[in-house]
Design a protein around this ligand. Structure first.
Ligand code: SF4
Ligand code: SF4
Ligand code: SF4
Length: 158
């Protein structure tokens, strides 16, 4: 889903604006993908996404517009379960969508070294020395710093 959005970033930027399907349609497609990747998408949005992508493909004037919805259509054809996970479970299986990623500490692996707690920019991690630490999901801003620093592989995303 994030990859489809990545390619549309490019098309929206490069569209010359001559025809409405490409100029306006791709912006709407991009907005829908933004909504889905931020966890606010619905199952109806998926139908709208596919329909609009088909209309743009069929009606845009030149090759740029006609091929611009391909990343949306091909990812929907081949990875529809990922789209469903975003709208139904508010989860990004590929861990690409920041808003849909949550960080956890595995208490069985955590040694309580305190490193992650000391370097978390928003103090979202608590725990005493040599005791498994915990991440507060409400405070965590999903910067990903802790997962890179833990030497024991105790932090994971879901
Ligand atoms: S499809 Fe081609 S002509 Fe139409 S706005 Fe896009 S780039 Fe311009
Ligand atoms: S850096 Fe890893 S081992 Fe150390 S407290 Fe954090 S999660 Fe536990
Ligand atoms: S992802 Fe960033 S904000 Fe969240 S707990 Fe880890 S270091 Fe703190």
């Amino acid at each position: 889903v994030a990859m489809a959005k990545f390619y549309l970033d490019f098309t929206v930027e490069e569209s010359c604006g001559k025809c409405a399907p490409c100029r306006i349609g791709n912006k709407r497609l991009h907005e829908m993908l933004q909504k889905i990747t931020s966890g606010n998408g619905t199952i109806e949005d998926l139908d709208r996404l596919r329909n609009l992508a088909g209309v743009i493909k069929d009606t845009a004037l030149c090759g740029l517009g006609q091929t611009s919805p391909n990343p949306v259509l091909s990812t929907m054809d081949n990875f529809y379960d990922e789209y469903l996970a975003h709208v139904k479970e508010k989860r990004c299986p590929s861990h690409q969508c920041r808003e849909l990623t949550q960080y956890f500490i595995n208490p069985e692996k955590c040694k309580g070294c305190t490193l992650c707690a000391r370097m978390c920019p928003v103090n979202a991690i608590t725990g005493d020395k040599k005791v498994p630490h915990v991440i507060d999901p409400q405070t965590c801003i999903r910067c990903g710093s802790c997962i890179e620093r833990c030497k024991f592989g105790a932090i994971y995303v879901h």
